[in-house]
Design a protein around this ligand. Structure first.
Ligand SMILES: Nc1ncnc2c1ncn2[C@@H]1O[C@H](COP(=O)(O)OP(=O)(O)OP(=O)(O)O)[C@@H](O)[C@H]1O
Ligand SMILES: [Mg+2]
Length: 345
Protein backbone atom coordinates (compact mmCIF):
# COMPACT_ATOMS: atom_id res chain seq x y z
CA UNK A 1 0.00 0.00 0.00
CA UNK A 2 1.26 3.44 -0.88
CA UNK A 3 1.90 5.63 2.13
CA UNK A 4 1.92 8.84 0.16
CA UNK A 5 -0.46 11.06 2.08
CA UNK A 6 -2.57 14.05 1.44
CA UNK A 7 -0.97 16.70 3.60
CA UNK A 8 -3.32 19.64 3.92
CA UNK A 9 -7.01 20.19 3.37
CA UNK A 10 -6.35 22.86 0.71
CA UNK A 11 -4.23 20.36 -1.15
CA UNK A 12 -6.96 17.78 -0.74
CA UNK A 13 -9.36 19.85 -2.70
CA UNK A 14 -7.09 20.24 -5.71
CA UNK A 15 -6.10 16.62 -5.65
CA UNK A 16 -9.54 15.09 -5.67
CA UNK A 17 -11.58 14.28 -8.77
CA UNK A 18 -10.99 16.55 -11.70
CA UNK A 19 -13.48 19.38 -11.88
CA UNK A 20 -15.16 18.21 -15.06
CA UNK A 21 -15.65 14.77 -13.58
CA UNK A 22 -17.28 16.29 -10.52
CA UNK A 23 -19.39 18.61 -12.66
CA UNK A 24 -20.89 15.68 -14.52
CA UNK A 25 -21.67 13.98 -11.30
CA UNK A 26 -22.98 16.82 -9.13
CA UNK A 27 -25.62 19.26 -10.19
CA UNK A 28 -25.77 21.90 -7.50
CA UNK A 29 -29.22 22.70 -6.25
CA UNK A 30 -28.59 26.39 -7.00
CA UNK A 31 -29.03 25.54 -10.69
CA UNK A 32 -32.75 25.62 -9.88
CA UNK A 33 -32.51 29.42 -9.78
CA UNK A 34 -32.28 29.39 -13.58
CA UNK A 35 -35.72 27.77 -13.63
CA UNK A 36 -37.45 30.36 -11.50
CA UNK A 37 -37.00 28.70 -8.11
CA UNK A 38 -36.02 31.26 -5.49
CA UNK A 39 -32.89 31.19 -3.33
CA UNK A 40 -35.15 31.14 -0.27
CA UNK A 41 -36.58 27.81 -1.42
CA UNK A 42 -33.23 26.22 -2.28
CA UNK A 43 -32.06 27.30 1.17
CA UNK A 44 -34.97 25.38 2.70
CA UNK A 45 -34.00 22.29 0.73
CA UNK A 46 -30.38 22.60 1.82
CA UNK A 47 -31.44 22.91 5.45
CA UNK A 48 -33.20 19.57 5.00
CA UNK A 49 -29.97 18.02 3.73
CA UNK A 50 -30.88 18.15 0.04
CA UNK A 51 -28.10 20.03 -1.71
CA UNK A 52 -28.02 18.53 -5.22
CA UNK A 53 -30.41 17.89 -8.09
CA UNK A 54 -29.79 14.19 -7.64
CA UNK A 55 -30.92 14.67 -4.05
CA UNK A 56 -34.25 16.09 -5.24
CA UNK A 57 -34.72 13.26 -7.72
CA UNK A 58 -34.10 10.74 -4.96
CA UNK A 59 -36.83 12.11 -2.69
CA UNK A 60 -40.54 11.46 -2.98
CA UNK A 61 -42.81 14.43 -3.51
CA UNK A 62 -44.55 13.75 -0.22
CA UNK A 63 -41.20 14.01 1.62
CA UNK A 64 -40.42 17.35 -0.01
CA UNK A 65 -43.83 18.71 0.92
CA UNK A 66 -43.03 17.96 4.55
CA UNK A 67 -40.20 20.54 4.41
CA UNK A 68 -41.45 23.65 6.16
CA UNK A 69 -42.46 26.39 3.73
CA UNK A 70 -42.67 24.24 0.59
CA UNK A 71 -46.19 23.98 -0.83
CA UNK A 72 -47.33 21.18 -3.11
CA UNK A 73 -47.37 23.55 -6.08
CA UNK A 74 -43.83 24.67 -5.34
CA UNK A 75 -42.61 21.10 -4.98
CA UNK A 76 -44.15 20.28 -8.38
CA UNK A 77 -42.23 23.16 -9.91
CA UNK A 78 -39.01 22.07 -8.20
CA UNK A 79 -39.45 18.46 -9.34
CA UNK A 80 -40.11 19.58 -12.89
CA UNK A 81 -37.06 21.83 -12.98
CA UNK A 82 -34.85 19.12 -11.44
CA UNK A 83 -35.93 16.62 -14.11
CA UNK A 84 -34.95 19.14 -16.80
CA UNK A 85 -31.48 19.67 -15.32
CA UNK A 86 -30.74 16.01 -14.73
CA UNK A 87 -33.17 13.30 -15.67
CA UNK A 88 -32.14 10.23 -13.72
CA UNK A 89 -35.07 8.27 -15.08
CA UNK A 90 -33.37 7.26 -18.30
CA UNK A 91 -32.28 3.78 -19.27
CA UNK A 92 -28.61 3.10 -19.80
CA UNK A 93 -26.93 0.08 -21.29
CA UNK A 94 -24.92 -2.22 -19.04
CA UNK A 95 -21.76 -0.92 -20.67
CA UNK A 96 -22.77 2.67 -19.94
CA UNK A 97 -23.46 1.65 -16.36
CA UNK A 98 -20.04 0.01 -16.21
CA UNK A 99 -18.53 3.36 -17.24
CA UNK A 100 -20.44 5.06 -14.47
CA UNK A 101 -19.25 2.44 -11.95
CA UNK A 102 -15.67 3.49 -12.72
CA UNK A 103 -16.26 6.38 -10.30
CA UNK A 104 -16.53 3.80 -7.52
CA UNK A 105 -13.42 3.61 -5.34
CA UNK A 106 -12.36 1.33 -2.48
CA UNK A 107 -10.98 2.22 0.92
CA UNK A 108 -8.34 -0.14 2.32
CA UNK A 109 -8.94 -1.91 5.63
CA UNK A 110 -5.22 -1.87 6.42
CA UNK A 111 -4.97 -5.68 6.05
CA UNK A 112 -4.08 -7.17 2.69
CA UNK A 113 -6.03 -10.41 3.15
CA UNK A 114 -9.10 -8.46 4.28
CA UNK A 115 -8.82 -6.13 1.25
CA UNK A 116 -8.52 -9.12 -1.08
CA UNK A 117 -11.64 -10.63 0.46
CA UNK A 118 -13.47 -7.38 -0.34
CA UNK A 119 -12.04 -7.10 -3.83
CA UNK A 120 -9.89 -4.13 -2.83
CA UNK A 121 -11.52 -2.57 0.22
CA UNK A 122 -14.83 -1.09 1.27
CA UNK A 123 -16.65 0.38 -1.68
CA UNK A 124 -18.01 3.86 -2.32
CA UNK A 125 -21.67 4.42 -3.25
CA UNK A 126 -22.71 1.63 -0.93
CA UNK A 127 -23.17 0.72 2.70
CA UNK A 128 -20.82 -1.80 4.27
CA UNK A 129 -21.95 -3.20 7.61
CA UNK A 130 -19.72 -5.01 10.08
CA UNK A 131 -21.32 -6.88 12.95
CA UNK A 132 -19.92 -9.06 15.67
CA UNK A 133 -19.60 -9.46 19.40
CA UNK A 134 -17.83 -6.92 21.59
CA UNK A 135 -14.04 -6.65 21.18
CA UNK A 136 -14.09 -8.17 17.71
CA UNK A 137 -12.56 -5.03 16.18
CA UNK A 138 -15.46 -3.04 14.73
CA UNK A 139 -14.41 0.26 16.29
CA UNK A 140 -10.74 -0.42 15.46
CA UNK A 141 -11.76 -0.92 11.85
CA UNK A 142 -13.66 2.39 11.89
CA UNK A 143 -10.54 4.22 13.10
CA UNK A 144 -8.35 2.49 10.53
CA UNK A 145 -10.66 3.34 7.62
CA UNK A 146 -10.77 7.02 8.69
CA UNK A 147 -7.00 7.04 8.29
CA UNK A 148 -6.51 4.85 5.21
CA UNK A 149 -9.18 6.79 3.29
CA UNK A 150 -6.72 9.69 3.25
CA UNK A 151 -3.94 7.74 1.55
CA UNK A 152 -3.57 8.26 -2.19
CA UNK A 153 -2.84 5.46 -4.63
CA UNK A 154 -2.56 5.24 -8.43
CA UNK A 155 -6.29 5.33 -9.06
CA UNK A 156 -7.56 6.83 -5.83
CA UNK A 157 -7.04 10.42 -4.78
CA UNK A 158 -7.74 10.11 -1.06
CA UNK A 159 -10.01 12.30 1.02
CA UNK A 160 -11.57 13.20 4.34
CA UNK A 161 -13.88 11.26 6.65
CA UNK A 162 -16.77 11.94 9.01
CA UNK A 163 -17.13 9.81 12.15
CA UNK A 164 -20.52 9.58 13.85
CA UNK A 165 -20.02 8.13 17.32
CA UNK A 166 -22.99 6.76 19.26
CA UNK A 167 -21.04 4.85 21.91
CA UNK A 168 -18.33 7.27 23.01
CA UNK A 169 -15.54 4.99 21.79
CA UNK A 170 -13.82 7.31 19.29
CA UNK A 171 -10.21 7.95 20.31
CA UNK A 172 -8.10 10.53 18.44
CA UNK A 173 -5.03 8.89 19.92
CA UNK A 174 -5.82 5.71 18.00
CA UNK A 175 -5.98 7.77 14.80
CA UNK A 176 -2.59 9.22 15.70
CA UNK A 177 -1.08 5.75 16.19
CA UNK A 178 -2.55 4.51 12.92
CA UNK A 179 -1.37 7.61 11.04
CA UNK A 180 2.13 7.02 12.42
CA UNK A 181 2.08 3.47 11.11
CA UNK A 182 1.43 4.82 7.60
CA UNK A 183 4.03 7.55 8.09
CA UNK A 184 1.44 10.26 7.66
CA UNK A 185 1.56 13.81 8.97
CA UNK A 186 -0.37 13.16 12.20
CA UNK A 187 -1.80 16.67 12.60
CA UNK A 188 -3.06 16.74 9.00
CA UNK A 189 -4.53 13.25 9.39
CA UNK A 190 -6.51 14.34 12.46
CA UNK A 191 -7.66 17.53 10.73
CA UNK A 192 -9.11 15.42 7.93
CA UNK A 193 -11.50 13.55 10.22
CA UNK A 194 -14.66 15.30 11.41
CA UNK A 195 -16.15 13.91 14.60
CA UNK A 196 -19.68 14.16 15.94
CA UNK A 197 -21.33 12.44 18.87
CA UNK A 198 -25.01 11.38 18.83
CA UNK A 199 -26.89 10.77 22.07
CA UNK A 200 -30.29 9.83 20.68
CA UNK A 201 -31.49 8.10 17.53
CA UNK A 202 -33.22 11.36 16.62
CA UNK A 203 -29.92 13.20 16.77
CA UNK A 204 -28.32 10.41 14.78
CA UNK A 205 -30.89 11.00 12.05
CA UNK A 206 -30.63 14.78 12.22
CA UNK A 207 -26.85 14.61 11.88
CA UNK A 208 -27.29 13.28 8.34
CA UNK A 209 -28.47 16.71 7.18
CA UNK A 210 -25.25 18.19 8.54
CA UNK A 211 -23.26 15.40 6.90
CA UNK A 212 -24.86 16.17 3.53
CA UNK A 213 -24.09 19.87 4.02
CA UNK A 214 -20.42 19.07 4.71
CA UNK A 215 -20.18 16.79 1.67
CA UNK A 216 -21.77 19.54 -0.39
CA UNK A 217 -19.51 22.27 0.99
CA UNK A 218 -16.44 20.48 -0.32
CA UNK A 219 -17.69 18.45 -3.25
CA UNK A 220 -15.63 15.33 -3.92
CA UNK A 221 -13.39 15.86 -0.89
CA UNK A 222 -15.10 13.53 1.56
CA UNK A 223 -14.66 9.82 0.86
CA UNK A 224 -15.97 8.08 3.96
CA UNK A 225 -18.79 8.23 6.50
CA UNK A 226 -18.55 6.02 9.58
CA UNK A 227 -21.46 5.32 11.95
CA UNK A 228 -20.28 3.42 15.03
CA UNK A 229 -22.66 1.89 15.97
CA UNK A 230 -25.77 2.23 13.86
CA UNK A 231 -28.18 0.32 16.12
CA UNK A 232 -27.08 1.17 19.68
CA UNK A 233 -29.32 4.24 20.08
CA UNK A 234 -32.30 2.78 18.22
CA UNK A 235 -32.10 -0.18 20.55
CA UNK A 236 -32.24 2.01 23.66
CA UNK A 237 -34.71 4.61 22.37
CA UNK A 238 -37.26 1.98 21.30
CA UNK A 239 -36.83 -0.69 23.92
CA UNK A 240 -40.48 -1.47 24.65
CA UNK A 241 -42.09 -4.46 23.01
CA UNK A 242 -44.79 -2.37 21.39
CA UNK A 243 -42.17 -0.03 19.91
CA UNK A 244 -40.55 -2.47 17.54
CA UNK A 245 -42.59 -1.50 14.50
CA UNK A 246 -41.92 2.16 15.15
CA UNK A 247 -38.20 1.47 15.57
CA UNK A 248 -37.99 -0.46 12.33
CA UNK A 249 -39.80 2.30 10.48
CA UNK A 250 -37.43 4.98 11.79
CA UNK A 251 -34.45 2.75 11.15
CA UNK A 252 -35.62 2.18 7.59
CA UNK A 253 -35.87 5.92 6.99
CA UNK A 254 -32.41 6.43 8.44
CA UNK A 255 -30.78 3.74 6.31
CA UNK A 256 -32.56 4.93 3.19
CA UNK A 257 -31.10 8.39 3.76
CA UNK A 258 -27.65 6.87 4.28
CA UNK A 259 -27.89 5.01 0.97
CA UNK A 260 -28.96 8.16 -0.84
CA UNK A 261 -26.00 10.07 0.59
CA UNK A 262 -23.64 7.29 -0.50
CA UNK A 263 -24.83 7.55 -4.11
CA UNK A 264 -25.38 11.29 -4.21
CA UNK A 265 -21.84 12.14 -3.08
CA UNK A 266 -20.00 8.98 -4.09
CA UNK A 267 -18.73 8.16 -0.60
CA UNK A 268 -18.14 4.87 1.18
CA UNK A 269 -20.40 4.31 4.17
CA UNK A 270 -19.24 2.03 6.94
CA UNK A 271 -21.63 1.11 9.76
CA UNK A 272 -21.18 -1.23 12.69
CA UNK A 273 -23.86 -3.37 14.26
CA UNK A 274 -24.35 -5.44 17.39
CA UNK A 275 -25.44 -9.02 17.88
CA UNK A 276 -28.13 -10.65 19.94
CA UNK A 277 -29.08 -14.17 20.87
CA UNK A 278 -31.42 -15.66 18.28
CA UNK A 279 -34.47 -16.96 20.18
CA UNK A 280 -35.33 -19.24 17.27
CA UNK A 281 -31.96 -20.94 17.33
CA UNK A 282 -32.86 -23.61 19.87
CA UNK A 283 -35.38 -24.87 17.36
CA UNK A 284 -33.08 -24.82 14.36
CA UNK A 285 -29.89 -26.23 15.98
CA UNK A 286 -27.82 -23.36 14.56
CA UNK A 287 -24.09 -23.61 15.22
CA UNK A 288 -23.91 -19.89 15.93
CA UNK A 289 -26.91 -18.86 17.99
CA UNK A 290 -26.21 -15.13 17.60
CA UNK A 291 -27.36 -12.84 14.87
CA UNK A 292 -27.03 -9.15 13.98
CA UNK A 293 -29.83 -6.91 15.23
CA UNK A 294 -32.05 -4.67 13.11
CA UNK A 295 -33.78 -7.50 11.28
CA UNK A 296 -34.66 -7.43 7.61
CA UNK A 297 -34.53 -3.64 7.41
CA UNK A 298 -30.79 -3.50 7.97
CA UNK A 299 -30.19 -6.76 6.13
CA UNK A 300 -31.58 -5.26 2.94
CA UNK A 301 -30.12 -1.79 3.40
CA UNK A 302 -26.51 -2.94 3.75
CA UNK A 303 -24.88 -3.70 0.42
CA UNK A 304 -22.10 -5.77 1.95
CA UNK A 305 -22.45 -7.44 5.37
CA UNK A 306 -19.37 -8.58 7.23
CA UNK A 307 -19.40 -10.89 10.21
CA UNK A 308 -16.44 -10.45 12.58
CA UNK A 309 -15.38 -12.87 15.28
CA UNK A 310 -12.50 -13.48 17.59
CA UNK A 311 -9.70 -15.75 16.52
CA UNK A 312 -6.61 -16.85 18.39
CA UNK A 313 -4.69 -14.14 20.34
CA UNK A 314 -5.05 -10.74 18.76
CA UNK A 315 -6.35 -12.18 15.49
CA UNK A 316 -9.89 -11.76 14.24
CA UNK A 317 -11.81 -13.54 11.51
CA UNK A 318 -13.98 -11.71 9.02
CA UNK A 319 -16.50 -13.48 6.83
CA UNK A 320 -18.57 -12.14 3.96
CA UNK A 321 -22.10 -12.66 5.22
CA UNK A 322 -23.90 -11.12 2.27
CA UNK A 323 -22.76 -9.32 -0.88
CA UNK A 324 -24.03 -8.73 -4.41
CA UNK A 325 -20.71 -9.73 -5.98
CA UNK A 326 -18.39 -11.36 -3.44
CA UNK A 327 -18.22 -15.06 -2.51
CA UNK A 328 -18.75 -16.09 1.12
CA UNK A 329 -15.06 -16.38 2.00
CA UNK A 330 -13.12 -15.62 5.15
CA UNK A 331 -10.00 -13.64 6.01
CA UNK A 332 -7.89 -13.23 9.13
CA UNK A 333 -6.56 -9.92 10.45
CA UNK A 334 -4.88 -8.56 13.55
CA UNK A 335 -5.58 -5.59 15.78
CA UNK A 336 -2.33 -3.76 16.44
CA UNK A 337 -1.15 -0.37 17.70
CA UNK A 338 -1.26 0.69 14.06
CA UNK A 339 -4.89 -0.39 13.66
CA UNK A 340 -6.15 -3.28 11.55
CA UNK A 341 -3.27 -5.12 9.87
CA UNK A 342 -2.13 -8.43 8.44
CA UNK A 343 -2.41 -11.37 10.83
CA UNK A 344 0.98 -12.42 12.13
CA UNK A 345 1.96 -15.92 11.10
N1 LIG B 1 -3.54 -0.19 20.56
C1 LIG B 1 -4.05 -1.41 20.44
N2 LIG B 1 -3.28 -2.43 20.07
C2 LIG B 1 -3.78 -3.67 19.97
N3 LIG B 1 -5.05 -4.00 20.23
C3 LIG B 1 -5.86 -3.02 20.60
C4 LIG B 1 -5.42 -1.67 20.72
N4 LIG B 1 -6.46 -0.93 21.11
C5 LIG B 1 -7.51 -1.76 21.22
N5 LIG B 1 -7.15 -3.01 20.92
C6 LIG B 1 -7.99 -4.21 21.01
O1 LIG B 1 -9.15 -4.04 20.24
C7 LIG B 1 -10.21 -4.78 20.83
C8 LIG B 1 -11.41 -3.91 20.90
O2 LIG B 1 -11.86 -3.75 19.60
P1 LIG B 1 -13.07 -2.80 19.27
O3 LIG B 1 -13.10 -1.67 20.23
O4 LIG B 1 -12.93 -2.46 17.85
O5 LIG B 1 -14.28 -3.75 19.55
P2 LIG B 1 -15.76 -3.60 19.02
O6 LIG B 1 -15.98 -4.69 18.07
O7 LIG B 1 -15.98 -2.22 18.56
O8 LIG B 1 -16.57 -3.89 20.36
P3 LIG B 1 -17.93 -3.27 20.90
O9 LIG B 1 -19.03 -4.15 20.38
O10 LIG B 1 -17.79 -3.36 22.37
O11 LIG B 1 -18.02 -1.86 20.41
C9 LIG B 1 -9.77 -5.21 22.18
O12 LIG B 1 -9.49 -6.59 22.13
C10 LIG B 1 -8.51 -4.42 22.41
O13 LIG B 1 -7.59 -5.13 23.16
MG1 LIG C 1 -17.07 -0.60 19.26
Amino acid sequence: MSSKQLQKSSQLQTQTQSESEAENWYHDIDQLHDYGISAIDTKKLKAAGICTIKGINMHMKKKLIQIKGLSEAKVDKIKEAAAKICNDLTFMTASQFREKRKMVFKVSTGCEEFDTLLGGGIESMSITEAFGEFRCGKTQLCHTLCTTCQITSDNYRGGKAIYVDTENTFRPNRLKQIAERFKMDVEAALENVLYIRAYTSEQQHEILDGVAAKFHEEIGVYKLLVVDSVMALFRVDYSGRGELADRQQKLGQYLSKLQKIAEEYNVAIFITNQMTADPGSTMSFQADPKKPIGGHIIAHASTVRLSLKKGRGDTRIVKIYDSPDLPENEATFSITDGGISDAKE
